[in-house]
Design a protein around this ligand. Sequence first.
Ligand SMILES: [Zn+2]
Length: 120
Amino acid sequence: MTAGLVLPAAPRDDLTTLLPVLRRRLEEERAFRLDQLAELDVTDPGDAARREVAELVAAGAAIALEDIEIALLRMDIGSYGRCHTCHAEISVRLLEAIPQTRSCGAHWRTEEEALAGSRP
Ligand SMILES: [Zn+2]
C-alpha cells in the first residue's frame, strides 16, 4: 500500500502517549512566562537595583519562552524529540525532565555550556 511512497520520518511510537502531556506542560509554562513578562516592571526609575533584577528575570523568561515556542512548533511539524545537532532520538526521560530541550543527552550539556558562555 505504501510501496514507492517516501514517508517523512515516522512519529515516535514511544512519544505518542507522552506528547499531549508534554504539550500541556509546555503550554502551561508558556502562559506562566507570559504572565511573568507582563508583570515585570523594567522601567521603574526609582530603584536601579530592582530594575536590574527585573531586567535579568525578563531576559531569562524571554529565552525560556523562545525555547518553549520552538518545542511547540516542532511538535506541530513532527520533529519534536530529535536532537537538533545529531538528529538522534532524545530519551523520554530527558524530555520528561526538560520538555523544551532541543538536544539529546550527549549534546545537551555542551549546548548549555556554549549558551552559558555566550551570555553576559
Ligand atoms: Zn545529539
